[in-house]
Design a protein around this ligand. Structure first.
Ligand code: KE4
Length: 428
């Protein structure tokens, strides 16, 4: 494929940004090769600066549930921008979005809007610490919750991709307050929360369906045990649904698995491709947030009117009958055909799927936790990623990332993807 213009843009960007990117995972470090610079998006496709058309399974790392440049979202953004891009004062649009969120995620009885998933999770941690008066937090090995200090401890996504064990710059004194438990390990959860340290813990934060080790599903009983044990220890349960929200089900993983967390963090889809995050949940907890309560959190562009318009248009689509179900059905079709292609080529593979997020692992047994994800064949994933890219299929450039579908991915995109994989595995 032609990449001369991307290479020229990369040289220019490297003089300006670390690695030539504004977020590490975009650098293709885990799969080799160099990132493509994008000119525009069209539905299920990206078009890069060299004119290559690609079936896009990254979808901006999840936000684009309706694909690129959906006309209803573009119109909403255009109309809102024409009335002013930011006021730093409350607007009805913030309440419009929050009411749509609450209708889909009823556990979020009150909330605060912010501008990213990282802001949402770091604020939720501070609220949990302030509400409980405790300092320890629990996260799970391989889960990624954004680039907040307390959470960059044995995290997934880019931290795992780049092999950054515990990022330099995170104060040891802070990292010491983060306990990391194995994901899907019921005994470890029970043992910890029944110990004295468990009784001193402010919260547990979890990706209820993990996206940042690749997609991993919760084993039966894991989330239920986490809910019971945190409640018994008077610790808050925080569901980080930045990735799973509106994707794993219309109401997120909490709807799919029937678990009510104390706090939920949202991002990605909630903004329809513009910068929006949110944290929210129990009324007694949110009442502690400034200016109503003493726990401080703020943001210049929180509730930005243009981003609100994009989020409202996105959630109006999510609420349409059959919208999320259709995307999930297409994802099931794709994953089934990928499994068949690997079996036909006698290549050991696991395809994990939840709603419209999925991951292809080259592994001969179930991938259900951090060690098994790490044991998958990373070299084969990198080779397949490069080969699929050559055939116009754009997967996330890391084994430890989730792939996504949108409402715009149809049988044509699925057929192109499956043919590309079959050809790739035959050629290997
Ligand atoms: P942001 O600050 O990137 O909006 O959200 C952080 C975050 C929080 N929680 C979960 C479960 C997440 O997946 C994320 C961000 N996801 C990564 C990809 N796995 C975003 C891509 C990137 O870092 O560039």
């Amino acid at each position: 494929m032609k990449t001369a213009k991307s290479q020229k843009e990369l040289a220019r960007a490297r003089a300006l940004f670390p690695g030539g990117v504004n977020s590490p995972v975009r650098a293709f470090r885990a799969v080799g090769g160099e990132p493509l610079f994008i000119a525009r998006g069209e539905g299920a496709h990206l078009v890069d600066v060299d004119g290559n058309h690609l079936v896009d399974y990254v979808l901006s790392w999840g936000p684009l549930l309706a694909g690129h440049a959906h006309p209803e979202i573009v119109r909403a953004v255009t109309d809102a921008a024409a009335q002013g891009t930011s006021f730093g004062a409350p607007t009805p649009r913030e309440s419009d979005l929050a009411e749509k969120v609450r209708a889909l995620v009823p556990s979020m009885k009150r909330m605060r809007l912010v501008s990213s998933g990282t802001e949402a999770t770091s604020a939720a941690l501070r609220v949990a610490r302030g509400f409980t008066g405790r300092e320890r937090i629990v996260k799970f090995e391989g889960c990624y919750h954004g680039a907040a200090d307390s959470l960059l401890v044995r995290a997934g996504s880019g931290v795992e991709t780049l092999g950054l064990p515990d990022s330099p710059g995170v104060p040891a004194a802070l990292a010491k307050l983060t306990t990391v438990l194995p994901f899907n390990d019921v005994e470890a959860v029970r043992g910890f929360f029944r110990s004295p340290q468990g009784r001193e813990t402010a919260c547990a934060i979890v990706e209820p369906v993990v996206g940042n080790m690749g997609v991993l599903l919760p084993r039966a009983g894991f989330l239920e045990t986490l809910r019971e044990e945190t409640r018994a220890a008077d610790a808050l349960l925080i569901f980080d649904e930045v990735m799973t929200g509106f994707r794993v089900a219309r109401g997120g993983a909490q709807q799919r698995y029937g678990i009510e967390p104390d706090l939920t963090c949202l991002g990605k889809v909630i903004g329809g491709g513009l910068p929006v995050g949110a944290y929210g949940g129990r009324e007694d907890v949110l009442a502690q947030v400034a200016p109503e309560g003493p726990i401080y959190q703020a943001g210049t562009l929180s509730g930005n009117p243009v981003a609100m318009a994009a989020g409202c248009a996105m959630l109006d689509l999510v609420r349409q009958r059959g919208f999320t179900e259709q995307i999930e059905k297409r994802t099931e079709e794709l994953c089934g055909q990928l499994r068949e292609a690997c079996a036909a080529a006698k290549v050991p593979a696991q395809v994990n799927q939840a709603g419209s997020m999925w991951t292809l692992f080259f592994a001969s047994s179930e991938v259900s936790d951090y060690p098994s994800a790490k044991r998958s064949d990373l070299a084969r994933f990198a080779a397949v990623h490069r080969a699929l890219l050559e055939r116009g299929v754009y997967l996330p450039p890391s084994q430890f990332e989730a792939a996504f579908l949108s409402s715009e991915h149809g049988t044509e995109e699925i057929d192109q993807t499956v043919v590309a994989l079959r050809e790739t595995l035959r050629a290997a």
